[in-house]
Design a protein around this ligand. Sequence first.
Ligand SMILES: [Zn+2]
Length: 222
Amino acid sequence: MDGVYTTKSGYRWLMGLEENNEPIKQWSWLWNLQVPQRVVVFLWLVCRSALPTNSMRCQRRATESDICSRCNVMAETILHCLRDCPKAACVWEAFGIISNNEFWIEIDPYEWLYYGVKNYPLLFAATVWWIWKARCGECMAGKVMSLQQTQEAIGLLIDDLLRIFPTNTAATRVTRQVAWISPNEALALVKEEQSHYHRYATVIARIMGKRKHRSKAERELG
Ligand SMILES: [Zn+2]
């Protein structure tokens, strides 16, 4: 280690992951995720930095500009697209991801996803999936999803995943020993975790109350 202790470096050290500052990429956490195969493949593309964002397409000369088509300000890297673009950031912020969180600092898509899924398995998987779908719908078909629509789609997908994969009930228990959280924050996080899950549980309950037929999210699952 480089002498600077962070929660993440401490975790890596404890887990024997620290070698030349390169984490050993493991995949069981992804393959074992209780989500449809298409979501797993999508997450794998994110981890492999292989998502066809404008940055990647520009590198491959499939497009002339690498600028994000949604904000028209920054290059559309994977993390810009899924996290930093205002169109994505507002979704995370609505779920309570705060601005001084290491969530916003991570620069490696694999690590960002790894720690996110460890902390919030279904919420994280469903959110990156729908942020990407919203991005594609807007950029390719001109269909703009509002924040509320995106949140509801995420809530419906989580609802469906809990129903289709009952073991997810256990998987949704937050594993707090990894990254983004300093030990000193533990007590505060217990409260935050409760309000966090209460927040999307409320969204799901509201939608379930209204819904009379199966959701678009379920149809997406094929
Ligand atoms: Zn953008």
